[in-house]
Design a protein around this ligand. Structure first.
Ligand SMILES: [Zn+2]
Ligand SMILES: [Zn+2]
Length: 424
């Protein structure tokens, strides 16, 4: 009997798109599937399933479009092996999922995830790479050694002692897949899985290879170059394509994911591309302004602390932060958090100088305790104007005396700076 055209089976014109193919298959499958009492037709459903298997697979479809049935000969599944009676009571989606794999992604994956139709990709591997903070900022090239599965060199991946025989697997009759009773929803059904006895190869090894004990694979240490780009952060992953395990029986290599663990820095704290650092300065430096050396990722740099800098203010050093990943010419900033330190444990000379300073600035170090009044209104009326006049008086005197005080007392400030400036 001549095979019908796959497009014709799906009721489509040649060259129909994947959405049309999927839609038409679903509509027709709903009518034809054996569970449908009115229009169910097992033979027609199998024909439809075969057509869909080819046309939903891009490679097979391309081959079919060019060469017709000859182009896909042997690459389609024999749907006669599928026991549709086991699907009774299931919705279409379940049947399609069981036949074509979850999510109807097209290719035939035989429910169990393994099939004879294509070699599998090996497992992805993970490698944890510890990085110093500065290496995460500037990047790093490093060699790492990974143990991964590769084909056994003795048996070239077959798992059989070289020269020994391979017989057809009895469990699956060489098909590489078997039906397995599984629980689906509230019912039991059959799914097609890779044969557990031959792992889907369809062949039985008579004499297993001694080196790999029949597995066809052994773990080998391999060295890879990892290029960590500038600007990576803790938890970032780098993918080394093809550096993972090799898939069994001619499968492709999985990937290797290098997970970066960036160590904390004793001084620098990173936030995005910005680096924060704490810098303690003396109160005379804060008052007078100073040039100080601050640590940056580029080494110590000179920072000008402006006169009158307050504690917890932030001084920004532009473009000394973390480079942007993939665009290292753009950089974040280096933010210096200034902490003005109040001196403790004063020497006699220091105390004298500070007392002089306080005197010149009309800062009272002692104040008479206010006498509490008995009536509320009286205490209120005396307290408020006193505060106000005190505040404004102080301000006025500061303004008025600003110039002469500065000129006159420079010597004292300089002395204080000499005493408190940290010795380098
Ligand atoms: Zn071997
Ligand atoms: Zn088998």
């Amino acid at each position: 009997m001549a095979k019908r055209d796959y497009y014709e089976i799906l009721g489509l014109a040649r060259g129909a798109g994947s959405d049309e193919i999927k839609k038409s298959f679903r509509n027709r499958a709903r009518q034809l599937h054996p569970d449908n009492k009115e229009s169910g037709d097992e033979a027609a459903f199998k024909e439809l399933a075969e057509a869909y298997e080819v046309l939903s697979d891009e490679q097979k479809k391309a081959s079919y479009d060019r060469y017709g049935h000859e182009g896909v000969k042997g690459s389609t599944r024999d749907f006669d092996n599928v026991d549709f009676s086991s699907f009774q009571g299931f919705g279409m989606e379940d049947i399609i999922d069981a036949l074509f794999g979850g999510g109807m992604r097209g290719g035939f994956s035989g429910g169990g995830g393994a099939s004879r139709s294509g070699p599998r990709q090996g497992a992805h591997l993970r490698y944890d790479l510890d990085l110093e903070f500065l290496d995460s900022v500037f990047g790093l090239e490093k060699k790492i050694t990974v143990k991964r599965l590769e084909d056994c060199t003795t048996c070239e991946g077959s798992g059989a002692t070289p020269g020994s025989n391979l017989s057809t697997c009895n469990t699956c009759q060489g098909q590489g897949q078997v039906k397995q009773l599984v629980n689906m929803l509230f019912m039991q059904s059959y799914q097609i899985i890779a044969c557990p006895d031959c792992s889907g190869s369809g062949k039985k090894i008579e004499k297993p290879c001694k080196d790999c004990k029949g597995a066809g694979q052994t773990r080998k240490s391999r060295e890879f170059d990892v290029k960590v780009p500038a600007g990576v952060k803790d938890g970032d992953r780098l993918k080394l394509q093809g550096a993972g395990d090799k898939g069994p029986r001619g499968g492709t290599f999985g990937d290797l994911f290098v997970v970066l663990n960036v160590r904390d820095h004793p001084e620098f704290v990173r936030d995005g591309f910005t680096i924060h650092v704490k810098q303690v300065i003396s109160f005379s430096m804060a008052a007078l302004g100073a040039e100080i050396l601050v640590p940056t990722v580029e080494g110590a740099k000179v920072l000008k602390v402006p006169a009158g800098t307050q504690s917890s203010s932030q001084l920004v050093m532009r473009d000394l932060g973390v480079p942007h990943l993939n665009n290292p010419s753009r950089r974040g900033d280096h933010v210096v958090h200034v902490v003005v330190e109040t001196p403790t444990k004063l020497s006699g000379e220091e105390r004298k100088l500070l007392e002089q300073l306080a005197e010149i600035r009309h800062e009272k170090l002692k104040v008479a305790a206010p006498v509490a009044d008995k009536t509320e209104s009286a205490s209120d009326s005396t307290a408020t104007p006193a505060k106000e006049s005190g505040g404004s008086k102080k301000k006025k005197s500061q303004e008025a005396a600003a110039e002469p005080v500065e000129a006159e007392d420079k010597g004292i400030f300089d002395k204080i700076v000499d005493v408190f400036r940290p010795k380098e």
